[in-house]
Design a protein around this ligand. Structure first.
Ligand code: 5BU
Length: 466
């Protein structure tokens, strides 16, 4: 191994940036080692060595500008930029509320290639956000260079999205150097090796264990209904007249645990609509969910939810909410209500070309996690099973993921809808599927609902071994 790498590993160990023992990671997993490179900025001799190592690693890569992911890798990238005489750009962590409102600082031309430097790779997750920011600004991203690869399959995850990962040092390099210097005993080294050689996926809890760990009453209600009814099918009843609405609902009612309405689609909405809906919900034991997608300021959504023709808060126990207006929308909707109500936040959409970014999704989940008392879960989608799994891993076990854009027989509708299969949706980690036209556009909605229910429940059971 190159001398510079040996020196780096020994230096990082000396300053306490590489630690061995037992560490609880943010994901809840216990790791036999911990790497924290934040303090290296205070050691100029270490930085000098790192910059030389990065220069060598970058030698045969093609790029026009380079960047480092803040905070740790940004000062490293800045030094490399000067050494290589290559421009630096960087992405702000938050877009400024004043001034230019730019996300990327520095000068570049659209179409140029940007190489991204980071300190560590664990799951690959933060890399996608960095690449997304650069790509939105018109830059091309092909290469990532990390100082330390501590991942199980980071290069594979990035490769799946078309990116190449090169690491300066690997965990195995660390074990070799530290073991050789008697700074790490064999047993611990072996533990570390085993740890990095297994997938980072969190062990998925069974649905019943998740229910046991759930305290929010309205989230429990959904989970209990799913188990009691042995159905994880939500019917999206997007029809325009009352007669068809109740006809289909009575047929599909036995198969579903929840009906999702767009009440404003109904042409002949009258005073008897809600009592009839409630009566059918009682008859077939399902829940009522209005997909109103609230998105305004708190005071307006409060009126939209409680007042107007529909008085949705009176009859829909759950509603969908866009977080574009910020967390206060939850107070507007669910504060000071006579009856408890809960929301599903739109975290990802199935529509082609939708504007939701990885950063936006992360921020939605952050708010949702803080507000479990009135957020039962999220509406989300994914490109494929792996993509859904990555997304599901970010959702707490005591909140649900509902997935629309699911169809057993079609891949799209010509209006931008992108369908997943039932099996992909559920094995990826959706707790329930939302199906509209797959059921309502068929000649026999009752039979079709039965078919969707069976497919979704089979996948649910295979995951949960119920
Ligand atoms: P479909 O007929 O199965 O395509 O209907 C899907 C329903 O889910 C429809 O009511 C949409 O409004 C809703 N939906 C969606 O399809 N995709 C999304 O990302 C969100 C909601 Br959010």
């Amino acid at each position: 191994m190159e001398n510079g790498k040996r020196t780096l590993i020994l230096d990082l160990h000396r300053i306490g940036a590489l630690k061995f023992g037992e560490f609880k990671l943010k994901s809840g997993v216990t790791s036999p080692f911990y790497i924290d490179l934040r303090s290296i900025v205070s050691y100029p001799e270490i930085i000098r060595n790192i910059v030389q190592l990065l220069k060598t690693t970058l030698a045969n890569k093609q790029f026009d500008v380079l960047t480092g992911i803040p905070y740790t890798a940004l000062p490293l990238a800045a030094q490399v930029s000067v050494e290589l005489d290559t421009p630096l750009v960087y992405q702000r962590k938050e877009v400024k509320a004043y001034g230019t409102g730019k996300l990327i600082e520095g000068h570049f031309e659209p179409g140029q290639t940007c190489l991204i430097i980071d300190d560590l790779i664990t799951t690959g997750e933060s890399k996608f956000e960095a690449a997304e920011g650069m790509e939105r600004a018109g830059l091309k991203v092909t290469d990532f260079v990390c100082l330390i690869d501590r991942s199980y399959n980071g290069s594979e995850i990035l490769a799946n999205k078309g990116y190449t990962l090169t690491a300066v040092i690997t965990v195995e390099d660390m074990l070799t150097v530290l073991g050789g210097e008697q700074l790490l005993d064999d047993t611990l080294a072996q533990k570390v090796r085993e740890f990095v050689n297994q997938p980072v996926e969190k062990p998925q809890l069974k649905f019943t264990d998740r229910l046991a760990a759930t305290t929010a009453p309205l989230t429990r209600k959904l989970m209990e209904t799913i188990l009691r009814k042995r159905s994880n099918l939500v019917l999206s009843l997007d029809v325009e007249d009352t007669a068809t609405f109740f006809d289909i609902l009575d047929q599909a009612g036995p198969e579903i645990f929840m009906v999702k309405t767009h009440v404003d689609i109904i042409k002949d909405f009258r005073g008897d609509f809600v009592p009839r809906l409630k009566a059918l919900a009682e008859k077939h034991d399902f829940i009522i969910f209005e997909d109103r997608k609230y998105a305004d300021i708190g005071s307006t959504v409060r009126k939209q939810f409680r007042s107007g023709v529909y008085k949705i808060a009176d009859w829909a126990e759950y509603v969908t909410v866009h977080m574009i207006a910020g967390e206060a929308i939850l107070d507007g909707l669910f504060g000071d209500l006579e009856r408890p109500r809960s929301g599903f936040l739109l975290a990802r959409m199935s529509a082609k070309g939708n504007l939701i970014s990885e950063t936006y999704t992360r921020q939605v989940l952050e708010i949702g996690k803080r507000r479990k008392e009135c957020v039962s879960g999220y509406i989300g989608h994914g490109h494929d099973v792996e993509d859904i799994k990555r997304f599901r891993n970010k959702i707490p076990p005591d909140q649900l993921l509902l997935m629309p854009g699911v169809n057993l027989d079609s891949q799209g509708d010509g209006l931008g809808q992108q369908y997943l299969t039932v099996e992909d949706a559920i094995t990826g980690g959706a707790d329930a599927i939302i199906v509209g036209r797959g059921i309502i556009a068929s000649e026999d909605p009752g039979a079709e609902a039965k078919r969707y229910r069976a497919a979704a429940w089979k996948a649910f059971e295979s995951i949960n071994n119920e």
